[in-house]
Ligand binder design. Structure first.
Ligand SMILES: CC(C)(COP(=O)(O)OP(=O)(O)OC[C@H]1O[C@@H](n2cnc3c(N)ncnc32)[C@H](O)[C@@H]1OP(=O)(O)O)[C@@H](O)C(=O)NCCC(=O)NCCS
Length: 367
């Protein structure tokens, strides 16, 4: 049975930064309050022309560059987002077209902030089954467009950004070693975005009622997160007969510094074993784990051969964790340049659209 190794990683955040002081000009809050209760100092906010797909494409190309893998060699793309571009088509398909991943099947996976854990596990399972060799997993968010900037309970928390992993099959042991996925729909009400679906189709009333914004019971979500995080870490470690002593890093979903602190206490682990960057990005939902991973590699923390636990939680309610033995890029015979495929992809997309248009004209005539 092949192993599923993470061989590429990339992140992208939009340039504009919104500080706590900036938010204090919009709602009644303060830098001190936000830092004290969440650990967040600032977050990045997408510009008008940026979308989950544009952020996701940047992160994906970087991940493919690290893996030295051509987009045309991808078999599968899973995109996970709490702020997808549309209900359909899937953001994954837009990214597939833009990076030129011509043979990849692409779909979106929705598990709120746990999405990246679930999606990485699904991609790893597809590789482990032997049915595919190369997969791309992307977590991408423009949550700033779903946030009510008049609601101080939520607007202080979220930020925009994207992160991506390339997973590849190899006979060498390592990569994704174990994973747990959990859900509890009885807690669905505590973190929602209700408007625009079939229960509350977009209407003047739904807009008036603010149903197109993130709604959250902060205290309830806090209690849930602190309850499940540590347990999920232990559970996934037990699957591979490991303890916290066997791992070098925990890379948690970056929602709130105090939640991570509580998990560290539960696990009796020092906080410096946790990768934490919530202070500079806020909660980027599905993108937070890959962004934290990329930064930890850049800082020289996470290294080849290290074992790490990734752990996430979010709306649904959902939570999950996985143990990964970190690999790094597989040595390749020749250098590929994934970014060059992007130019061809644009041209290819235009040509396919033109062909579809012309075919449409002819088929209308023959009908
Ligand atoms: C949202 C959160 C930071 C609020 O912190 P908290 O300590 O629970 O604060 P509370 O909601 O109890 O509010 C305490 C007081 O601060 C006030 N407050 C709330 N938000 C505030 C803000 N941004 N600035 C200043 N005061 C604020 C409240 O109105 C309340 O005032 P009151 O006591 O006069 O009623 C915290 O609950 C949290 O992080 N929850 C988890 C959220 C999360 O991670 N969601 C995503 C999961 S993927």
């Amino acid at each position: 049975m092949p192993f599923a190794h993470v061989t590429g990683w990339g992140m992208y955040v939009p340039e504009p930064v919104l500080t706590n002081d900036d938010i204090a000009k919009m709602v009644e809050t303060s830098d001190e309050w936000i830092r004290d209760r969440t650990g967040i100092r600032e977050r990045h906010i997408a510009r008008e022309h940026e979308f989950p797909s544009t952020l996701g494409v940047e992160a994906a190309i970087k991940a493919l560059q690290v893996a030295n893998l051509a987009p045309t060699d991808l078999d599968l793309i899973i995109c996970t987002s709490s702020s997808p571009e549309y209900i359909f088509p899937a953001t994954a398909c837009i990214i597939q077209d833009q990076i030129g991943a011509t043979k990849a099947g692409a779909f979106d996976l929705q598990a709120a902030c746990t999405g990246f854990i679930f999606a990485t596990n699904m991609a790893a399972q597809a590789i482990r089954s032997g049915s595919i060799k190369n997969a791309l997993v992307i977590g991408t968010e423009v949550l700033s467009r779903f946030v009510n900037w008049k609601d101080r309970n939520t607007c202080i928390l979220f930020g925009d950004g994207a992160g991506a992993f390339v997973l590849q099959a190899s006979d060498k042991p390592g990569g994704v070693l174990s994973a747990v996925m959990h859900s509890d729909g009885s807690g669905a009400d505590s973190l929602t975005l209700l408007g625009g679906g079939t229960h509350y189709p977009a209407s003047e009333a739904t807009i008036h009622e603010g149903k197109h914004f993130v709604q959250m019971d902060g205290k309830e979500v806090f209690r849930f997160a602190t309850r499940v995080m540590g347990r999920a870490v232990i559970e996934t470690l037990e699957q591979v007969h490991m303890t916290t002593n066997d791992i070098q890093w925990i890379i948690p979903h970056q929602a709130n510094y105090r939640i991570i602190e509580t998990a560290a206490k539960y696990l009796k682990m020092p906080l410096d074993k946790f990768v934490i960057n919530v202070d500079r990005y806020g909660n980027t939902s599905t993108a937070s784990i890959p962004i934290a991973t990329v930064e930890s590699i850049q800082k020289g923390q996470l290294k080849t051969g290290d074992k790490a636990v990734f752990v996430g939680f979010g709306g649904g309610l959902t939570w999950g964790a996985m143990v990964i033995e970190w690999t790094g890029p597989i040595a390749a015979k020749k250098n590929v340049h994934p970014e060059q495929y992007r130019q061809f992809a644009r041209l290819r997309s235009l040509i396919r659209r033109a062909i579809r248009f012309i075919e449409g004209l002819f088929s209308r005539r023959t009908l």
